[in-house]
Design a protein around this ligand. Sequence first.
Ligand code: PTJ
Length: 250
Amino acid sequence: MHINHIGIPSDHPRAKSLYIRGMLVNGFRRGLVVPEGLIAHGRGEAYDYLIGERTTKTAQRAIEAAAATMLLSSRPVISVNGNTAALCPNTAVELAKVAGAAIEVNLFYRTEEREKAIKTELELHGAKNVLGVGSKAAARIPELQSERRRVDPGGIFTADTVLVPLEDGDRTEALIKMNKKVITIDLNPLSRTSRAANITIVDNVVRAMPALVEAARKLSGTTSLKKITDNFDNNKNLQESLEIIRGEVQ
Ligand code: PTJ
């Protein structure tokens, strides 16, 4: 039996889930994650348990549609919040490279200190030009009251596609009103974000982000991108996720 650095025995039946929790708590201690982010993660965990803590075939279809959409976009942007920075900074940076996307910090509970900590974390994982920090977040998303409205004029504001992992519903709706395509990763298929987005990946960000990198790598340069996006139906996909949760399909 191996005990890792945060004291979780590798043969513990819930080792993986406890390890992910540990990453978030560590992110909280390092000033990346807000306390509310720990609560949000708890909600996500409950849905993850119900889908079997795996990437379902339904989620994989959404992942391929998301990768194809990003590759077809001329200005895709990956929006990074505290939880995403703590759970998957490496794959967020890798995806930006593979899909030719910009990377922008965008926080609900915005403080300059946390913006900078998240930027530094992304840079440690190889990000070169992190948008949305400090005075760079000079543009405003219309009709949005939260701090999420502050965006980078050269990033989310002028993007054609925005990937918003672990989002709250208001901004997704506002971005759609700005005629942007929105891709989200949200374990709750019933959330406002999930229902408002063009593509919803009902999966844990820790699995969905590496799968997105892999799909983008596989699809890059192929001729099937448009066909994949045309064939994707988000409502149908969300319905299937609910059937999985109810135990009606695998
Ligand atoms: O870092 P900030 O300031 O931008 O704040 C980030 C949080 C997450 C606190 C903020 O965006 C928030 O309050 O989010 P919500 O409204 O609680 O929504 C989070 C959604 O993500 C919920 O639907 C959760 O089920 C889902 N979720 C939580 N953890 C994961 C997840 N989805 C995928 N993977 C996860 N690990």
